[in-house]
Design a protein around this ligand. Structure first.
Ligand code: UDP
Ligand code: MG
Length: 314
């Protein structure tokens, strides 16, 4: 019998965990054609999430947990989940029920019967989300569509169901700076998209501040496009051209009209402006350099402190 692994990254989710478990157990009744394992990844929670996971694992042998030595971030938690998952199919879900488990049977059917390699989900609305956050999210996706050759879908959730082959390919991409929405698109394969309305969190609160999301979007841009580098080179070229024209103009004017010394304020403005552009472009370069620097260290993506996976399996 095939096995379905559900990977669930959790960070300070003690209230959401039991609600999630109940909801998935209910759906499990409809998933009779597969064996189930639920892998909770405790991403360095400071609350009682790990205790909650252990209690669930005691009650139900299908529940597994992997606990990190500290908070490594959701990307690392997803990667760890994929590494530990043994299933022939692997799903990734948030614990807050914003990814409706009721979709699982349909997703599984699409893979088993329609031959897709992956079934992914996207939100068609951002109801209940702060307006500014939605605005910048939309802007980000629109920009990514232009500057990256990898398909990154607007409103795409991480919630998806994949075949073993798809997951193995994701695992081969062992880069340190991970941006899964891009990685999923990068590996290719046939993906079916399911759409649903945004659902609000079951309990607890979002872990993503505006600032964290901004940094995450920079991760996405730097990870999947080199357009900013081209852009800074382009800006440099345009400024050289403008400077050349300005020099010609000033030389001719001085020869024709003489040289009354004037224009200091405008000169200062121009110097500050160009200085700013230079720093901005160096900043772009620095962003790529920093990511390269982090990659070359080859640090592990996560450190597992404890898990029940080997104990029960081997
Ligand atoms: N999460 C995590 N590590 C983190 C932040 C979040 O494992 O550092 C998990 C979190 O527990 C949840 C999922 O990632 O299961 C999505 O987080 P959240 O619901 O806060 O994000 P949102 O849905 O608001 O984008
Ligand atoms: Mg959420």
């Amino acid at each position: 019998m095939d096995m379905l692994s559900i990977v669930v990254p959790c960070y300070n989710e003690q209230e959401a965990l039991p609600i999630f478990y109940r909801a998935v157990s209910k759906v499990a009744g409809e998933l009779k054609e597969v064996r189930l394992e639920i892998i909770f990844v405790n991403d360095g929670s400071r609350d009682k999430s790990l205790e909650e996971m252990k209690a669930l694992a005691q009650k139900d042998s299908r529940v597994k947990y992997v606990s990190f030595s500290r908070n490594f971030g959701k990307e690392a938690a997803m990667y760890a989940g994929f590494r530990y998952a043994k299933g022939d199919y692997v799903a990734i879900m948030d614990v807050d029920l914003q990814d409706p488990p009721e979709l699982l049977p349909e997703m599984l059917r699409s893979i088993r019967e329609e031959g897709y390699d992956c079934v992914a989900t996207r939100r068609v609305s951002r109801k209940g989300e702060p307006v500014i956050r939605s605005f910048f999210a939309r802007l980000f996706y629109r920009m990514m569509r232009r500057i990256s050759s990898t398909e990154i879908v607007d409103g795409a959730r991480d919630y998806r169901l994949m075949t073993r082959q798809f997951v193995d390919e994701i695992l081969h991409l062992c880069e340190y700076n991970r941006f899964s929405k891009g990685l999923f698109g990068w590996v290719g394969f046939e993906t079916k998209w399911l759409e649903y309305e945004n659902v609000e969190r079951s309990a607890g609160e979002t872990k993503w501040s505006f600032w964290k999301l901004l940094l995450y979007s920079i991760e996405g841009i730097v990870g999947f496009s080199t357009a900013p580098l081209t852009f800074s080179a382009f800006v440099g070229a345009v400024f050289c051209l403008v400077a050349f024209v300005a020099i010609c103009f000033i030389v001719v004017r001085t020869l024709v009209q003489g040289d009354p010394v004037a224009g200091w304020p405008s000169m200062v403005c121009i110097m500050v402006f160009i200085g700013g552009i230079q720093l901005f472009c160096i900043g772009i370069l620095g962003e790529y350099l920093a990511k390269t620097y982090l990659e070359t260290k080859k640090r592990p993506i996560f450190i597992c402190k404890e898990t029940n996976i080997h104990e029960t399996e081997d």
